[in-house]
Design a protein around this ligand. Sequence first.
Ligand code: NDP
Length: 287
Amino acid sequence: MTQHFIVIGNPIAHSKSPEIHEQFAVQAGIDISYQRQYCPDDAASFTAVVEAFFCGGGVGANVTVPFKQVAYDCCAARGGLSEHAKTAGAVNTLLLNKALLESGVPITDALYGDNTDGQGLINHIMSLDWPLTDARVALIGAGGAARGVVLPLFEAGIGSLTIANRTVSKAADLVNELSAASSVIDDQNIEVCATNELSGAFDIIINATSIGLSGDTLPLDDALNCQYAYDMMYGRPLPFLQHFAARGAQISEGYGMLIGQAALSFERWTGHTIDVAQATTALNKDR
Ligand code: NDP
């Protein structure tokens, strides 16, 4: 029997999620339909789309810009949130809470939210054999993507974290909120600074800003260096990665993070574990 999935966003035509999940389904040997679902940019429309999908027999949905916080609010008031969704303050994966359904709760009150973005990044970094244990990590950005990766970084055993952001107060707020939300996030090992003040040597520097969309470049200090540089953005020339590649660092763009978060969503929904390396090879043939 075909299992139905969607990714909800606005805009949504560019989303690569259908081809990624279809590749996973081939690997898992199951029959799925995975569609892009446009939604008007308001909370009521989002809720209506989600309710219609799950009441119509849908198994799982991904959520992308601009609905990750709306999805969080929706699940918080209904079927619950995973710890990663709670600390991220955002949901990228929707499913039904089976225990609630079995206890007789209606489908619309059983919507459960998870967030696989941060763990998708960690899994990609680990697949590259970049060491995370005790690593000195710098994270540039304090928006939704940065927020989602802090807990998974500490779970992976990093030694220290410096969060740099154009608006320093947002980075400071982020640290206060996250360390209050999870005891795994050790604020004694977190520093905060302005992006143009980030300096010194790090093992890994991660760009979690949206600057690549604007064509601007980050103000990077000449004395800033790292062994590994990761940009969450993908599919376009990335000056951030060019900067560190010229200084001898290993680099990676975020396409692997996209596949990694998708694999974790697929596993939550279907119970099938994905060989991400094999799926990536197959997907890269079509890029
Ligand atoms: P947000 O809008 O929530 O945050 C944007 C961040 O970028 C803020 O920290 C903002 O700083 C900073 N920023 C924006 N413009 C500039 C600039 N001109 N100079 C310096 N800093 C700037 O975005 P998200 O966190 O949701 O997304 C960030 C990136 O991560 C995007 O490129 C997105 O595509 C990517 N991403 C990739 C994923 C993947 O699977 N590969 C998954 C999720 C996200 P300030 O606070 O000062 O405004």
